[in-house]
Design a protein around this ligand. Structure first.
Ligand SMILES: C[S@@+](CC[C@H](N)C(=O)[O-])C[C@H]1O[C@@H](n2cnc3c(N)ncnc32)[C@H](O)[C@@H]1O
Length: 325
């Protein structure tokens, strides 16, 4: 006879959830970590001092209000008049992997890079409203430090998502790199903006296993909130002759990634902040979805190209390729 699952102590309304004890433990750990004396290498480097000057956007337009600043986000973020106003901050920083960004040295000593990371993270936290979310796209070697820093700042981790891409660089010395981390933090898990409806996708139960039980559910028939590992058509690294590619930029995230994050964690008319604009993916998607946005990019040339994309090109419609006969 099949063994019955032990479900006491589990919240299972509408699906498997983290055991209630686990949620309580996470909350307790988050509270305790905020006061813990955690030291990392970047702590021994002095903090960045932002100048007093009030930043002016280099590019700006309305409907919805869209602003792009040229400069170092550590200088600009703390001086913006929009402190505590953002629904969502999405940050995709340089990974310190010696990518030749125009105007930026992407190969700092480790302690300086950690200090840089903590400085911009702190400035991002100050931008968040009480309902706000901070998402960080980051590589393997700094994900742990970002998590620890945000936890010691008292933020709550909602998800540690993984963006999986299958076009990594070939190597034989170890397993091939095929992911970045998409870290989802909030100020307050109970008050956060969270819109599951616009991001639902067909569930495996409906789509793969053809299990009719999913069609008699009261809501979300055949649908589910996406899993925490993200991949699929249009989710690969943006390169080659990909339609949304901006050829002048080295690292561009796919639009579906930003679409998922922006739809789930901001409201129409709400403010989205991107401290590392790059080719402008976050602001392009935010504008297309009716969100206000503030972006910052240290390179004038990248900013100019991003502005053209944000205001003239917009989001690229995705259509499935016709199958070859
Ligand atoms: C990984 S890319 C961002 C890519 C972007 N998410 C996209 O989809 O196009 C990082 C960008 O941050 C810029 N950057 C580096 N350091 C910066 C700083 N301190 N302040 C503002 N921008 C910076 C780089 O020039 C680069 O364009």
């Amino acid at each position: 006879m099949a063994e019955r699952k032990r479900t006491a102590g589990f919240k299972r309304h509408g699906g498997y959830k983290v055991p209630t004890g686990g949620v309580a433990a996470m909350r307790r750990a988050a509270d305790e970590l905020a006061d813990a004396d955690i030291r990392m290498m970047g702590d021994r480097v002095p903090r960045h001092a932002a100048p007093e000057t009030l930043p002016q956007p280099a590019f700006q337009c309305n409907d919805p209000d869209t602003r792009l600043h040229v400069g170092d986000c550590r200088d600009i973020l703390p001086r913006l008049p929009d402190q505590g106003q953002a629904d969502l901050v999405f940050a995709d920083p340089p990974f310190n992997w010696e990518v030749p960004y125009e105007g930026w040295s992407d190969g700092m000593p480790r302690d300086a890079y950690e200090r840089f990371t903590f400085d911009w993270l702190d400035a991002c936290v100050e931008m968040l409203s009480l309902k706000g979310s901070l998402w960080v796209n980051i590589g393997d070697d700094t994900a742990a430090e970002v998590v620890m820093h945000l936890k010691r700042r008292g933020l709550h981790m909602m998800n540690w998502c993984v963006w999986h891409f299958r076009f990594g660089q070939n190597r034989r010395s170890s397993f091939i790199l095929s992911k970045a981390h998409a870290l989802y933090f909030v100020r307050d898990p109970l008050r956060r903006i969270w819109n599951p409806d616009p991001i639902l996708e067909p569930s495996d139960r409906a789509n793969v296993y053809r299990d009719d039980r999913t069609m008699v559910k009261r809501r979300d028939k055949g649908m589910r909130v996406p899993l925490d590992v993200w991949y699929g058509p249009y989710w690969g690294r943006v390169q080659g002759n990909n339609k949304e590619r901006r050829s002048k930029h080295h690292n561009q995230l796919p639009e579906p990634y930003l679409e998922r994050v922006i739809r789930a964690c901001s409201r129409p008319g709400g403010l989205v902040v991107d401290p590392f604009c790059g080719s402008g993916t976050a602001a392009t998607v935010a504008r297309a979805l009716g969100r206000r946005s503030i972006s910052i990019e240290q390179s004038k040339a990248h900013a100019k190209d991003a502005w053209e994309r944000i205001t003239k090109v917009g989001m690229i419609q995705k259509k499935p390729k016709k199958s070859r006969k």
